[in-house]
Design a protein around this ligand. Structure first.
Ligand SMILES: [Mg+2]
Length: 278
């Protein structure tokens, strides 16, 4: 073998080794990412099981909408009613159940926002217990219904179809406000309150009620709930959602781009235990 042949052979061996190393690193890093996502998605298991199997979840929904009905009845029996009474409802985990999306995230080890668009486009979310009856009752009694959601505009048709199929009232373009570029629930509430009397706000997330909760720390959210406690069950009706929400964002200081490891550490750090002497 001459010098040139030896050099070519050596270069070939080195290239092959580098290529194998690159492929191995690439494979392991994507595998690591999948494993980390799998760990976090697995932590959803109990919350999703509760949403799909606990009678208590349904009971809490009925409790919320029974109370909402009572507040509507109180409003209707009031002598000094204002003009244009309305209720404003959020959609996800307030009147429809997206737990099949969360369940599939656990089963297939993916995390939001992966496959969210695909799920919403199926238009197959079921109504939460009591929601359809309550909103029809309000609507039949002259109370307007507005739907304000952080769903994307690109899901408008599927959302209208899903809500209509479930029998919700006043499912029309002009009654459905979806997120455009940024979430603007508070400005929409202000806009609607200019010409309407807001009888009730119904939601699963504190941001569905007031801007005072928006992007606040865990402690500030807890403090704000305490200071506004008289409004819950009165003007604000809360539906249960243990699967996701701003409560989780607050734990991460709303830095959703943190790595899976960081999020996992932060989750553990927020668990308040007790001293077992170890
Ligand atoms: Mg919601």
């Amino acid at each position: 073998m001459n010098l040139n042949s030896m050099r070519s052979m050596w270069l070939y061996v080195v290239s092959l080794a580098l290529l194998s190393f690159a492929l191995a690193s690439c494979g392991s890093s994507s595998l690591d990412k999948q494993q980390r996502e799998a760990q976090l998605s697995q932590q959803l298991t109990q919350a999703v099981l509760w949403h799909q199997n606990a009678g208590e979840r349904d009971a809490l929904c009925h409790q919320a909408f029974n109370l909402a009905t009572l507040r509507v009845d109180q409003y209707l029996s009031n002598d000094d009613k204002k003009e244009n009474p309305i209720v404003i409802v959020d959609i996800d985990e307030t009147i429809v159940d997206n737990s099949p999306f969360q369940a599939q995230a656990v089963k297939s080890d993916f995390m939001y926002p992966n496959y969210w668009h695909e799920w919403v486009e199926t238009a197959s979310a079921e109504a939460l217990p009591g929601a359809v009856d309550f909103l029809n009752y309000a609507s039949d009694n002259g109370i307007g219904v507005y739907y304000i959601s952080n769903r994307s505009e690109k899901n408008r048709e599927a959302t209208l179809k899903n809500l209509k199929n479930l029998g919700f009232p006043k499912v029309q373009d002009e009654k459905l406000f979806l997120k455009k570029k940024h979430a603007v629930k508070d400005s929409l509430r202000k806009e609607l309150s200019a010409n309407n009397e807001i009888v009730l706000l119904i939601g699963d997330n504190l941001d569905d009620f007031s801007n005072v909760f928006k992007h606040q720390s865990v402690d500030k959210r807890l403090g704000a709930v305490d200071s506004l406690k008289a409004l819950f069950g009165d003007k604000f009706i809360v539906t249960p959602n243990a699967m996701y929400g701003d409560w989780e964002g607050a734990i991460y200081s709303f830095e959703y781009a943190k790595s899976q490891e960081e999020k996992n550490k932060i989750r553990k750090a927020h668990l308040k235990g007790f001293d077992v002497g170890q």
